[in-house]
Design a protein. Sequence first.
Length: 507
Amino acid sequence: MKLSELVDTTREVAATTSRLAKIDALARLLRDAAPDELPALIGLLLASPRQGRLGVGWRGIAALEVTHATDATLTIADVDRALDELAHASGAGSAGARSETLRALASAATADEWDFLARAMLGELRTGALGGVLLDAIAKASDRPPATVRRAAMLSGDLGATAALALTGTAEDLENVSLEVLRPVLPMLAGTAATPSAALELTGEASVEYKLDGARIQVHRHGDDVGVYTRSLADITHRVPEIVDIVRALPAHDLILDGETLALDEDGGPRPFQETMSRFGADVSREIALRPWFFDVLHVDGRDLLDEPLSARLEELDRVAGDWRMPGVVTSEPSAAEEVSREALAAGHEGVVVKAIDSPYSAGRRGKSWVKVKPVLTYDLVVLGAEWGSGRRRGKLSNLHLGARDPDGEFGEPGGFVMVGKTFKGLTDALLAWQTETFASYETSRSEYAVLLRPELVVEIAIDGVQRSPRYPGGLALRFARVKGYRPDKTAVEADTIQSLRALLRE
């Protein structure tokens, strides 16, 4: 299959708001693909290449100066081989090798194809072809029941492999996909609510548990063999020996546990999120120890618990996890839920997760059975620039470059601004149109990818917090930033400062 067919389909998917139309377009694409192309195809559609980390960043892509091809000749297989080369480059000279591979790929691609590939590699595709839509497209393309396809994907943890099985295997093959110890499954996800009381209205009687500012982990054990996996199902077992030791000591032979982990400081309080994440991306370091908290159990010694109610799973969790159990209470009283939330926040955690006590474990699903509640912070920041959108946002200025005021000139001239993050979330079609028209009056320069602006427009941004980051000159980055609205009533000198954001690191 040619890459151009994938690019044309994603453009069609992005251009419609109809879920059914998206599913139809994707189903046609999947039917036309060869079986061995499906895993790579699915990875590109999700902007999550099957190879995992590629070692490629925005700067490396933006720095390329190439002449793109005029004819569309690249195939999915060509792209997959190039991504393999990027992922496997290591050791001395690997940076140069990656640059050469990128240059060759960009030269072989048309301008439209390269725009697609760059965004797919950076995880910024935004076509609307999310996992749920793709699952329904796989079901339609293969003429299999959507519920069967969804469950197979959940239990295998691999959407590409599920697509290949659904389209090339038998109905029985798909139905026989089951939970296996040491094969990670997609984690159950939570919706959101403004308060614990509002969450209880959705769930009814629930287990109200701490929401840590840590990293999601799924832990499997078969005897002395232990596997530890991230939210995205990456294997990090070799990086977390302290968690492996804890799980080996639990009273069971076979286990699958769901939980979170974070690093604690000398006083037993949570370290910043970035310090926890540093253990996931580097070799083992005993300088920062990780402590697990388990909040669910999916399997114990031959007994699958996915379809059993949370109440039954918690009984088993209490038995096998003991002191490693996530703090929480089972209640239907809003006052009790609010109290747990206050306790969690006072201990330095993010908030709470409210879980319906009768709910099964719906791997990979985000619904109303689990509802997270955490306070939202808002800051007034200045727009320093914007990137051109793709798909439905093609031709419109979308991803905002956000700056905080630097009153002391720590990062430049006193009263200047320092970049602290980007976001495209929360932008309506009306705001996109307004930005594209209005930003021209503030433009200082532009490139193929972005327009830079005079720092005069103030926008209110909601965030979940900040984290240390070398990516931006201020040394921090916004977490889960989204636009609440522009503030024409405020001038840039009234924007929040880098110091006020930095204070969140300590908090």
